[in-house]
Design a protein around this ligand. Structure first.
Ligand code: ADP
Ligand code: MG
Length: 671
């Protein structure tokens, strides 16, 4: 008998949460206020993150693909997450897996690594999209209409890795509402956001990776205090340790005689035994013995514990380091959350308990907890939660920065920075005797400030006249939990200070953010060219001013017809600045550099001699800088100096000593 399938075509689309894992992926949604994972037709919630590319072009994802991996290693991509956001020349990527890679044609082509699968290039975004498509289909089968998705990423994922994950979502036809840090998702699943304040450790031991994150909950907003871990540590190591014992029992104590099939069989048996030992004290395995017989071997839990002890103890090193980075003692934590399939192992639980001196939170299935938390967040974002909770915004949607010389954007807080966040950068003056700075705060990913969204302009006045490059302007950005930005600027020699409050993120709706991101992608190359031109112009102008100033003060140090040649080169450079060729300006600069090189050395000597002769420190500082300024090779960061004329525009030079002061820290073990 067929059952009639009745559904309301006008029912609202339902948001979903996705855990796109290295080993396994899951999809969940909230119904009747409770998050739940959706299973495949057998009710299995875990989808192995494995994609097989068949001979006839068919694509197989999940368990079936996992079975094909051993016999088709190059056509079956496992752990694709390790490749997300990585370039073809990234030394890390080459060492991973048995894959063939496509040689990049040029630098641009090298930005994304490509697997060579049956002669066709396939990138990690496309592979991940295959996994996401299966999860999306699964959700559609159950919910009929799927709304936006929240996809989780490790807390340490950088901008490129996050962007790649988002792109994979789009490629799979998902509307990505937001990326959410995996540990934050786990905390949400436990409802910790309702507590308002607290410090939590999230211990995530998966198949091949270990992550430890210290999260601080401040007024309902999570902030990552520190992250750490080991990208080559997990359940697979336990499988390998046990497989060695099983192989010995099968008559293969060493590599001798072991075939890939035999090793695979031992690994599969080891994994099944490991899973069995989670609930039972003893597991009996039937193994084929060398020569044709079969043999029964029993493995006890205490035997297994002994075997995995070194693996588990390694996690302790990373945990202690993360606590130290966060300047915390285990006692000061408010809770420890267990995440990842491998935390089901009883020995892991007791180890964590000892390490953190408390019972970890483990009531929610550690395989599912991240997906469940993502579903909770998706639901909140889709408007089903109360308004206050929706403010749980833990990353900046777009970069925040200021405009510097030549109209170039200098990013101070990059997109996806977890908030609240703060950062500081120091700038210096371009012209002599500047008594004011104009600070233009912008938001966006484009290289030129004019293409970004202007958030605020303010002027810092009242600075006493100083030679160019001497003023130290410290610009501080602080974004609070509500996404409100405070910008303050302080001239550190005089202590003159000014502050403004701007509201960056809520002024933009999601469509606008999307559009800006798309623009940044579309205009990427054009933007870089414009940035380069603007920077070359600034550099050329700086050198011209320094040269002309030098000709006024130190012309007597020139020899032969040097003066004429320098003047000619300076005039030529002044002309190409008007044009649009960055390359022409660059070669004009190097020509002038070449001609002034020796002279700059003599000017420097004179400045130092003057210093010894007892001139005031300020004079010396400025004339040494002047001399240095005529020669780009000696002009190190601090000597971005020397400009003529007090009438010049108040402008900012690029940072002389960028000092990002973000509060997070990150330490990760090498694989
Ligand atoms: P990832 O986050 O890397 O995608 P998971 O959180 O899904 O990984 O964890 C996968 C690991 O958990 C595998 O090594 C698997 O063998 C292990 N695992 C799953 N269930 C159990 C269990 N009952 N006992 C022990 N280990 C388990
Ligand atoms: Mg995981």
């Amino acid at each position: 008998m067929n059952l009639l399938d009745i559904f309301d075509p006008k029912a609202a689309p339902r948001p979903i949460g996705i855990d796109l894992g290295t080993t396994n992926s899951l999809v969940a949604s909230v119904s009747d206020g409770t998050p739940r994972c959706m299973g495949d037709c057998d009710g299995e919630a875990l989808l192995p993150s494995v994609v097989h590319y068949g001979e006839a072009g068919q694509i197989i994802v999940g368990k079936e693909a996992q079975r094909l991996a051993a016999s088709n290693p190059r056509e079956t991509i496992v752990s694709v997450k390790r490749f997300m956001g990585r370039g073809a020349r990234d030394p890390e990527t080459r060492r991973l897996g048995p894959y063939a890679f496509v040689e990049p044609r040029d630098d641009d082509d090298a930005k994304v690594i490509k697997f060579d699968v049956r002669g066709k290039p396939v990138n990690p975004i496309e592979v991940s999209a295959e996994i996401l498509r299966v999860l999306k289909k699964r959700a559609e089968d159950e919910l009929r209409r799927v709304g936006g998705a929240v996809i989780t990423v490790p807390a340490y994922f950088d901008d490129a890795q996050r962007q790649a994950t988002k792109d994979a979502g789009r490629l799979a036809g998902l509307e990505v509402l937001r990326l959410l840090n995996e540990p934050t998702a786990a905390a949400l699943a436990y409802g910790l956001d309702k507590k308002q304040n607290g410090t939590f450790a999230v211990y995530d031991l998966g198949g091949g990776t270990f992550d430890i994150t210290i999260l601080v909950l401040d007024d309902g907003v999570f902030q990552v205090r520190s992250t750490g871990g080991d990208s080559a540590l997990g359940g697979d190591d336990m499988d390998r340790a046990l497989a060695e014992v099983l192989l010995a029992a099968m008559g293969y104590p060493s590599d001798e005689g072991r075939t890939p099939e035999i090793v695979r069989l031992a690994l599969d048996a080891a994994r099944a035994t490991k899973h069995g030992l989670t609930d039972k004290e003893t597991v009996e395995v039937e193994l084929p013995v060398r020569g044709g017989d079969t043999r029964h071997v029993s493995i006890t839990r205490s035997q297994f514990d002994e075997l995995i002890k070194p693996v588990v103890e390694k996690t302790g090193i990373a945990c202690r380091r993360a606590l130290k980075d966060a300047e915390l003692a285990p006692e000061s934590l408010d809770g420890v959350i267990l995440v990842g399939g491998s935390t089901r192992v009883p020995f892991v639980r007791t180890y964590v308990e000892r390490l953190f001196k408390r019972h970890p939170l483990a009531d929610i299935d550690p395989d599912q907890v991240v997906a469940l938390g993502a579903a909770v967040q998706a639901n909140l974002l889709a408007g089903d939660g109360d308004a206050e909770e929706v403010l749980l915004l833990d990353v900046l949607p777009l970069s925040l920065g200021i405009e510097t010389m030549g109209g170039v954007t200098e990013k101070i807080l990059p997109r996806n920075t977890t908030i609240p966040a703060g950062a500081k950068q120091t700038f210096t003056t371009y012209a002599d005797n500047q008594t004011g700075f104009e600070i233009h705060v912008v938001q966006g990913e484009r290289e030129l400030a004019a293409d970004c969204r202007s958030l605020a302009r303010f002027t810092l006045r009242g600075i006493p006249p100083m030679p160019a490059g001497l003023a130290r302007l410290e610009v501080t950005f602080d974004v609070d939990a509500d996404g409100l930005l405070d910008v303050s600027a302080r001239e550190t020699r005089t202590g003159i200070e000014q502050k403004v409050e701007v509201k960056p993120s809520y002024g933009l709706d999601d469509d606008q953010v999307e559009q800006m991101l798309m623009d940044a992608l579309d205009y990427g190359e054009q933007d870089l060219a414009a940035r380069r031109l603007a920077e070359q112009r600034v550099e050329a102008q700086r050198i011209l001013m320094a040269t002309r100033h030098g000709l006024e003060t130190d012309a007597d140090l020139l020899q032969g017809d040097d003066k004429q040649r320098i003047e000619a080169a300076a005039d030529a450079l002044a002309k190409v600045i008007e044009g649009t060729s960055a390359a022409a300006i660059e070669s004009g600069i190097s020509e002038l550099d070449r001609l002034t090189h020796d002279w700059a050395g003599r000017r420097m000597d004179r400045a130092i001699a003057n210093a010894i002769a007892g001139k005031s420190l300020g004079d010396v500082e400025s004339s040494v800088k002047d001399a240095a300024g005529t020669d780009a090779h000696t002009a190190v960061a601090d000597a971005h100096a020397s400009a003529m004329g007090p009438g010049a525009d108040p402008s900012l030079e690029p940072p002389v000593e960028p000092r990002p002061s973000g509060s997070g820290s990150s330490t990760r073990g090498a694989p």
